[in-house]
Ligand binder design. Sequence first.
Ligand code: GTP
Ligand code: MG
Length: 370
Amino acid sequence: MSKKENNPEITKKPPTAKKPSVKRKSDKKDEDWIKDIIPKQRKSVPKQQKKQDLSDIAVSQIPGIGPAISEKLITSGYLTLAAVGHASPIELVEHCEIGEQTAKRLITAARSQMGIGFQSAKIMLETRQKLVKIPTGSKSLDTLLAGGVETSSLTEIAGEFRTGKTQICFQLCVMTAMDKKYGGLGSSAIYIDTEGTFRPERIIQMCNKFGAPAEEVLNNIHVGRAYNSDHQMVLLLESPKLIKEHNAKLMIIDSLTSHFRAEYAGRGSLVERQQKLNKYLHQLLRLAEVYDIAIVATNQVLSKPDVLYGETTFPIGGHIVAHSCQTRVFLRKGKGEKRIARVIDSPHIPEIETIFAITSDGIADVVVND
Ligand code: GTP
Ligand code: MG
């Protein structure tokens, strides 16, 4: 299939531009230039294939692929052209039992179809503006995260026990799985539970706040219990099918590091643990991008009492986790229901903090009593 056939924007007539309201030059805000550029750009023919379109192209449409190879790729979880285009030959050989030459040929064909290469920052801006932001239930937390948890991205939520990591994950599931008429995304969520702490009862409580039918929301959340790190990795390989089948927009890993930490204890196994964790994180990153899904991973923290100045607790996983997660949020306990969230690393959000609450209805803003 040619790029032209895949891209509805090429065949569609450009939307008729609305008459601009009369505005004096001096009234324009600094950020208005973005609004000026984007509509103009939409009218022109984009040179690159859009990422959203690519996530819908089936693997069987890679030029020159036969039904047997196509079947092998699908069985191994490579469902789309983009999934193959983002893969490495060695990985396809390992997972799909195909020859190295075939793997290289398929990847090249997929990449040329995708138009992988450089793209203008303007097109990147347009693509980023279309990303979905999942609300957290708290307006102040949404503001901290520049609108909510972003799709096509890996977000880490770290903090001590009882700081609300799991509660935020539950709330994000509800916001994703709930119908649009109740303020949700009307999509579905995948939950990889490594600690056995998923509680449907809590989801029901959170639904009640919005008057949303809990049964429908629960049906849209797909939970996989991971019993060890190996199982956690297997569940991830199985997830592309689930994502496509249910049009999932959110995937939770609660928690990212608990199995790795328990199984690879001691200094002697640290290198092996970090290598496995690194591989897992890279799979997560690619999954987020290929399927345009928000991935949220919780992480425990480590106490370093010998530190004299500054922070004494650090998220587990060291530099590997730090460099892989695009947005890192650190939680602390406050008084009673209050919790403090701080963005500790993000390419587009400053290091600021905010307060939110864990209530019986879920994640909420702190009520200020005069
Ligand atoms: P670990 O998994 O142990 O590391 O902790 P976590 O950060 O995941 O903690 P979690 O998100 O499970 O938060 C637990 C806290 O949420 C509890 O200490 C309670 O303060 C709060 N919480 C849980 N359920 C309810 C509820 O029904 N009502 C209220 N008000 N708070 C709740
Ligand atoms: Mg938890």
